[in-house]
Design a protein around this ligand. Structure first.
Ligand code: ACO
Length: 428
């Protein structure tokens, strides 16, 4: 393949270098386009064709259904390692040795508490507040109690911030849940594993000892791993772009949580369950909703189906579907909502509308089902996703800063009024 691409405008030819990735992905480097063409830019709403950076963290191939963190397949990682090892891998580039892993876990656990004053902020939220709004606010509030900026060139500084975030975010998640459920806050137990501690902080009751259920521990660990990174998605791009202004790590993560909230992104897992509940309340007629999803005059979309990048299958969905079946079986869950989910899945996989458009169930279709079986309220689903995605956000933020990327500042094609004369109010 040639090393350059040529663009011809008004008979003038401009050459631009091609950039090749380690998996043979090719991009046209247009960073000099504007200066060499006297102001011409590209336009690409939704950035469907735009690489915003070079990155060595996550590789995915949407056509082939491949997802790898630092070169390791998601299937291998989900089977062989735990969430904290994946977090270490994503952030620092290599799987940890045994001693690195033990230290990482101990350092995170040592940070698994938040300033008591955070409680006052939590108390100020009404019980009706959406947990994602609470999480985003509390993550931002952490800056008041921790360093507002981190020196990315200092490994020690960066490490300290990483363990703080990984330690404190689960506490915020658990406290957000407990606040909504009117339960006293739980301070966790430093002798437990990361996921075990998170489950205890979420579900312990004030008057009984919390008993761990290995089925839940394994399922949650897997879910967190599957969500840990997904290259330049909406929330990760947000984290990178906020951080590119040299805003602090905690502030950037808080912005990422807000981006994740939307129903077209992380909020899809909540939207899936709400859709299933609506279908059930409406008599459980899945065919009616299939027809609505296909009707171009109806804004209804089948939530949990389709993906911007995966156009054959979502490799995470394959793993999580198996885990969902296991959890439902082991916990003996018999839930009519799940029957509706199964019927929709079957009908969509056989329907030419969905098959032709390559719309397959995505990871959120099944993650919502597992969260529901675990007893997690629907509006907490996206918060679970946020804690899973945390290592990816941190890794991407760190990479962006270490590569000394410039501030993110896209251009636009202006389509508004050209210069107009002012008209005084009495003459308008
Ligand atoms: N139900 C019905 N039709 C759909 C759906 C759906 N879930 N998704 C896409 N389509 C249709 C579109 O109407 C369009 O049809 P057309 O070509 O006849 O106009 C075609 O499929 C392509 O859709 P786009 O919106 O162009 O696809 P895009 O890649 O931009 O969107 C997205 C991907 C946003 C995920 C979309 O499929 C969707 O809205 N899905 C439901 C929400 C969801 O599950 N989001 C979670 C994503 S995974 C994650 O964030 C972890």
């Amino acid at each position: 393949m040639a090393n350059t691409a040529t663009i011809e405008i008004d008979g003038k030819r401009f050459e631009f270098p091609l950039v090749k990735g380690s998996e043979n992905e090719v991009a046209i480097d247009i960073s000099k386009l504007r200066s060499s063409t006297n102001g011409i830019i590209t336009i690409d709403p939704g950035f469907k064709n735009t690489g915003s950076c070079e990155s060595a963290i996550t590789f995915l191939d949407g056509e082939k259904g491949i997802l790898r963190y630092r070169g390791y397949s998601i299937e291998t990682l989900a089977e062989k390692v735990d969430f904290l090892e994946v977090a270490y891998l994503l952030i620092f580039g290599e799987l940890p040795t045994k001693s690195q892993n033990d230290k990482f876990h101990a350092d995170i656990i040592a940070e698994s508490h938040v300033d008591e004053d955070i409680k006052k902020i939590l108390d100020a939220f009404p019980k009706t507040a959406h947990p994602m709004g609470i999480m985003s606010s509390l993550t931002s509030a952490l800056t008041a109690f921790n360093a507002t900026s981190v020196n990315v060139d200092s490994e020690e500084d960066m490490y300290k911030s990483v363990v703080k975030l990984l330690g404190k975010l689960p506490v915020l998640l658990a406290w957000t849940l407990r606040k909504k459920q009117g339960l006293p806050l739980d301070y966790g137990d430093n002798s437990l594993g990361y996921v075990e501690n998170l489950l205890k902080m979420m579900f312990s009751k004030p008057n009984s000892e919390y008993v761990q259920d290995q089925v839940l521990v394994d399922a949650l660990d897997k879910l967190l791993i599957l969500h840990a990174d997904h290259e330049q998605n909406c929330s990760t791009s947000t984290v990178r772009i906020v951080g590119s202004s040299h805003a602090g790590l905690f502030a950037s993560i808080s912005a990422g949580i807000s981006a994740l909230w939307g129903p077209l992104h992380g909020g899809a897992n909540q939207a899936v369950l709400e859709m299933l509940e609506d279908i059930q309340a409406d008599g459980g007629d899945t065919k009616k909703y299939m027809a609505k999803a296909k009707d171009k005059n109806d804004p209804f979309r089948l939530m949990g189906f389709g993906h911007r990048v995966y156009k054959n299958f979502d490799p995470r969905a394959k793993i999580i579907k198996k885990a969902a079946d296991q959890v439902l079986h082991d916990l003996g869950v018999n839930d009519p909502i799940l029957e509706i989910a199964k019927a929709l899945e079957k009908e969509a996989l056989e329907d030419p509308y969905f098959v032709d458009r390559k719309l397959y169930p995505n990871v959120d279709f099944y993650s919502g089902i597992i969260y529901r079986a675990m007893g997690i309220p629907t509006d907490m689903f996206t918060v679970m996703f946020a804690v899973g995605r945390l290592p990816g956000w941190i890794a991407q933020w760190r990479e962006m800063r270490l590569r000394k990327e410039p501030i993110g500042r896209p251009r636009q094609v202006y389509t508004g009024e050209t210069e107009r004369n002012y008209v005084p109010v009495e003459e308008r």
